[in-house]
Design a protein around this ligand. Structure first.
Ligand code: NAP
Length: 279
């Protein structure tokens, strides 16, 4: 199959590595020529160019640009494509994208691979990034079955597990488990940095081990992606953050009151709740 990828970064580049390995012809388009050369050298695409019209030959196009560019680039993209071409995107927020793009292209289906890394750009691309990870598809009532099955077959070939849901449900769900953690983790790093005594701060930095590594990882990721999450999933994220603040206040109260019994009950409850998440 001829598969196009628009935006050769972490996600687009990783997708290309797997698709090329599975025998597809992968046509890459990116903003910078150097990225195109790099993608070819890495074995992420069969061919690559900065010229969007090259995607004319694709039967399916994955839009993998930064979140804020998906809608603007789409308008330019469709001027080069045949109506039968299936388009999907990998954006981390779905409602504004699906609302804007579905009316413009019958064969569009929103998508979001729940896989990533704290690095970005083509040099961060990796094989099997999507294997055994959830991959959300958000078809609407008017999405043609053939478009859904075409994208689903490709996604399944990556070894990913497909979930279908409404764009709004997706955005609320990822707010809890992806967007809120980025903001919490970022505040954690900022709070640790607020230690006033330089010697103590340096000691903390040296003593930081697995606990801090795990909890600070997503806060140390791509800032552009974090801003996009907040901008495009603002309401759901605000709701999650307000709920989080309430939980934090409860913890502060319990510790101030030296209510160790209640604190233990709370920690026992979160210990057992964590098992209900797919991690
Ligand atoms: P990224 O590594 O920064 O890659 C985005 C790529 O898009 C860049 O390498 C850039 O290529 C290219 N690009 C920028 N402007 C462009 C333009 N005008 N035309 C064509 N290409 C352009 O970002 P990413 O992490 O792969 O994220 C891409 C998408 O995946 C986002 O929509 C994000 O929401 C979604 N997503 C990210 C993650 C994650 O954990 N990172 C997970 C799931 C989904 P050049 O080098 O050519 O400028």
């Amino acid at each position: 199959m001829n598969i196009g990828i628009l935006g050769l970064g972490l996600i687009g580049g990783s997708l290309g590595l797997d698709l090329l390995e599975r025998g597809h012809r992968v046509i890459g388009v990116s903003r910078q020529e150097t990225t195109c050369f790099q993608a070819i050298a890495l074995g992420s695409v069969s061919e690559a160019s900065t010229d969007m019209s090259r995607l004319q030959a694709a039967e399916v196009v994955f839009i993998c640009t930064p979140l804020g560019l998906i809608v603007p680039k789409f308008a330019e993209l469709i001027s080069h494509l045949d109506d039968a071409t299936v388009i999907t995107d990998v954006g981390s927020v779905k409602t504004p994208i699906v609302e804007a793009l579905s009316p413009l292209w019958e064969n569009f289906i929103g998508g979001h691979p729940m896989a990533g890394s704290t690095n970005s750009g083509i040099e961060a691309a990796q094989r099997n990034l999507f294997a055994a990870r959830p991959y959300v598809l958000t078809p609407t009532t008017t999405t043609p079955k053939k478009a859904i099955s075409t994208v689903s077959e490709i996604v399944l070939s990556l070894g990913a597990n497909i979930y279908h849901c409404q764009p709004e449900q997706h955005d609320r769900a990822v707010s809890w488990i992806s967007h809120l953690p980025v903001m919490v983790s970022s505040s954690l790093i900022a709070t640790a940095m607020s230690e006033r005594e330089q010697d103590v701060l340096e000691l903390a930095q040296k003593l930081a081990s697995t606990g801090f590594r795990d909890t600070s990882r997503v806060g140390g990721g791509n800032p552009e992606l974090g801003v996009m999450m907040a901008k495009y999933n603002r309401q759901a994220l605000l709701n999650s953050l307000q709920q989080y603040r309430q939980n934090l206040d409860e913890l502060i109260d319990l510790i101030e009151q030296e209510n160790w019994i209640k604190l233990e009950e709370k920690l026992q409850s979160t210990q057992s709740s964590r098992r209900q998440f797919n991690v």
